[in-house]
Design a protein around this ligand. Structure first.
Ligand SMILES: Nc1nc2c(ncn2[C@@H]2O[C@H](COP(=O)(O)OP(=O)(O)OP(=O)(O)O)[C@@H](O)[C@H]2O)c(=O)[nH]1
Length: 232
């Protein structure tokens, strides 16, 4: 059985940096792992790319040949990947050993993890190829400095969790840039009633019922018990 992390999260949240740091760490401690680029728009890498979706399709080619803009072009590339799971991806995965550890550095368009099926199908494919997969969701810690941003980050992460149905780890990235660690600490293991009262204070009274439902949802999924992280 192989092992895989799907590294996902909004654009610029630090996915590639995380992959690169993890690669360096594994190298230092003498563990083998391989990083796969799944972003057809990626250009520079700080890690050796073991497998690259741009060998199948690149955003530049799609934009040039089909006259699509960057967002539609990216979706086209990912749909193309989805159409090629059984041939291109299968063949490439066969080059890895049975117990290899793969890290998939994914694109940052969050709709890919919320309402289009490409990554769900990708994950199903990995499972059929006997990979044990988990999702690592990165969120920039600078976006978690007040309650409304916290809830919005939780909902984005939760939609990926529901869509992918994988063991799911949330990581707050770029912790070195946070000036007040206390602001973040309040959200690492928050008390639901405190969150609700903060949310009610921030928003107009007509949102109270919605706020309560959101906090209930958060409690049910305990979606954002997160760990902070920054590269060494
Ligand atoms: N200070 C600091 N900068 C970081 C950290 N992680 C990432 N960055 C910077 O944030 C920017 C975006 O980081 P990436 O790793 O490229 O983010 P990404 O999520 O892969 O980006 P996309 O592929 O565009 O979605 C880069 O300039 C990184 O150097 C961190 O922990 N601390």
């Amino acid at each position: 059985m192989g092992y895989a992390q799907l590294v996902i999260g909004p654009a610029g949240s630090g996915k590639s940096t995380y992959c690169s740091s993890l690669f360096q760490h594994c190298e230092t401690v003498g563990r083998s792992m391989h990083v796969v680029n799944l972003d057809p728009a990626a250009e520079n890498f700080d890690y050796p790319v073991a497998l690259d979706v741009r060998e199948l399709i690149s955003l530049d080619d799609v934009m040039e040949e089909l006259g699509l803009g960057p967002n539609r072009g990216l979706m086209y590339c990912m749909e193309h990947l989805e159409d090629n799971l059984d041939d291109w991806l299968s063949e490439e995965l066969d080059n890895f050993m049975d117990d290899d550890y793969l890290i998939f550095d994914c694109p940052g368009q969050i709709e890919l993890y919320s309402h289009v099926p490409v990554f769900r199908n990708f994950v199903e494919h990995l499972k059929r190829k006997n990979f044990n997969v988990c999702a690592v969701y990165l969120l920039d810690s600078q976006f978690i400095t007040d309650v409304t941003k916290f809830i919005s980050g939780c909902m984005a992460s939760l939609s990926a969790m529901v869509q992918l149905e994988l063991p799911h780890v949330n990581i707050l990235s770029k912790m070195d840039l946070v000036t007040s660690k206390k602001d973040i600490d309040d959200y690492l293991d928050p008390e639901p009633n405190v969150l609700l009262s903060e949310l009610n204070k921030r928003m107009a009274p007509q949102y109270q019922k919605l706020n309560k439902a959101l906090i209930e949802l958060w409690k049910t999924f305990t979606t954002f018990s997160a760990s902070g992280w920054a590269p060494a």
